[in-house]
Design a protein around this ligand. Sequence first.
Ligand code: NAP
Length: 294
Amino acid sequence: MAARIIDGKAIAADLRAKVAREVQRLQTGHRLEPGLAVVLVGENPASAVYVRAKGKQTVEAGMKSFDHRLPESVSEGELLALVQTLNADPAVHGILVQLPLPKQVDSQKVLAAIDPGKDVDGFHPVNAGRLATGLPALVPCTPLGCVILAKTVHRTFEGMEAVIVGRSNIVGKPLIQLLLNENATVTVAHSKTRDLPGVCRRADLLFAAVGRPEMVRGDWVKPGATVIDVGINRVTGADGKNRIVGDVAFAEAAEVAGAITPAPGGVGPMTIACLLVNTVRAACAINGLPAPSV
Ligand code: NAP
């Protein structure tokens, strides 16, 4: 195996420690205790696991965690009313509504009801627009984590060829803007892209956010490239056991790449760490304090 492994777990732990130091500074210097409210609707087991992890890591970083659980049968009106209550609550600096929402609820309407200043998921159209126009914004956590990981390999992305496979609103699209801001030359591939392997082979920086187990093969990777694998796919092995794999065929790609994230243990841990970063940033902005050092 040639590639350096980018240890997302360790990098995320470092970031959480930096967040905890900022929180301490805000508490002692400004009597400000950043607070994150997470809203979970229904009993989706994967969402429940994720929400539990968010709450635990929020508290470990010294912040306040507010947990709101609503039944699957909740009406859109009830959910919007809760969002309004959280928007008005001065102890809450970040609001996250866990997706997916049940079918009777219009997710876009709910996301748009969140105060953009508390939109720590960065999904509000105001934050998406600010990011797209180069203004300061709360940025979606997963693409933010991807950039931080790639930055552990490259001090600058200036002039580099970046290829993103996947154009979702939560990963691919915000990643375009983040990479453009870093002066990379960005190509976005998707399900209608012709010669996807050839497009990927151009990349100095290759980001895979597709949701297809091990789709990106070793011979799609340019020798020496940095590969960031966003995918989290549950597959059943020949032994009948379930395991998680990414969107990149890790063993093959690691033979060719210069650096690569594992999955799990790469981008995944960065997402919650970046959520904590966004909450501290939001708390500072709401209170008219300078942006924190994380
Ligand atoms: P998504 O909304 O389903 O989008 C998938 C994208 O991949 C779409 O743009 C789609 O193209 C493209 N695509 C699908 N099949 C393709 C193919 N055969 N060739 C080329 N492009 C193809 O997915 P997402 O929400 O961005 O998530 C992507 C992956 O990241 C999933 O495995 C998800 O679990 C993971 N994820 C991880 C984290 C984390 O915290 N680590 C966070 C979010 C997501 P079209 O637009 O043309 O349909």
